[in-house]
Design a protein around this ligand. Structure first.
Ligand SMILES: C[S@@+](CC[C@H](N)C(=O)[O-])C[C@H]1O[C@@H](n2cnc3c(N)ncnc32)[C@H](O)[C@@H]1O
Length: 219
């Protein structure tokens, strides 16, 4: 669990640096190009409602809806500082990703963008996402996968972890999701790298990881 005081401090630093999308890797040269690339992978069906789980400042949902006004979003975050700064036109729920106050099958899809890596239980968070998603609905994830090494330093410094994709796939299956695609998109980590103060430690944590986009269908 991320200590909320640390997260608020880091959130302020990001806002001061003009960073509202809290992701380690960017698929485009600016926020708009990045979110457009994410939308292309996500390929949401017309008029669908999505839960943005671990939504940060809601900046991604904001841009996605600007590009695709037919889409709806419910924002979920257990950090009040960020949630209060998310666009007020969305329903914003201050909740843990493993206990979301929405009825079964309420949304057409869930997305976790650099959020599942913070889950107390990877499977528990995916199960909760499956619960709130209608049968046949979608899951869209952008995060890291682990190529080698272990999570000790990542957990200690970032309160996050990354799993090998084979493990992600099998946990997803056991949590009610059938993985339909995964890919390692091209892009850059320059924005996130600039925010980190220890270059050597950054290399130590991220050399063993690779950004991954993956999608699944609710079984
Ligand atoms: C790295 S940030 C990504 C934010 C956002 N998805 C984005 O792309 O800008 C991780 C987010 O997950 C949220 N988070 C972490 N643990 C959570 C939990 N247990 N329940 C709900 N949200 C959580 C954090 O507050 C933060 O908003």
């Amino acid at each position: 669990m991320i200590p909320q005081d640390d997260l608020i401090r880091a959130s302020r630093t990001c806002l001061e640096a003009g960073v509202r999308i809290l992701q380690g890797f960017r698929l485009g040269g600016d926020d708009r190009a990045h979110v457009a690339a994410l939308l292309e992978f996500m390929a949401p069906e017309d008029g669908t409602l999505w839960a943005d789980i671990g939504c940060g400042f809601g900046a991604v949902a904001d841009l996605m809806q600007e590009m695709r006004p037919d889409l709806g979003f419910v924002l979920i975050n257990n950090n009040a500082f960020q949630l209060e700064r998310a666009p007020g036109r969305f329903v914003r729920l201050n909740a843990d990703m493993c206990a979301i106050p929405l009825p079964d099958g309420f949304v057409d899809g869930c997305m976790f963008l650099y959020a599942l890596c913070h889950a107390e239980g990877f499977g528990a968070a995916l199960q909760e996402a499956a619960r709130i998603t209608r049968p046949g609905g979608s899951l869209f994830v952008f995060d890291y996968e682990r190529l080698t090494g272990d999570n000790r330093l990542m957990v200690r410094r970032l309160y996050a972890y990354a799993l090998p994709f084979a493990q992600i796939r099998s946990i997803a299956k056991a949590s009610g999701w059938d993985v339909t695609m995964h890919t390692n998109p091209p892009g850059s980590d320059a924005v996130f790298r600039r925010l980190c103060d220890d270059e050597a430690e950054y290399e130590q944590i991220f050399n063993d990881l690779r950004p991954v986009v993956w999608k699944a269908v609710k079984l």
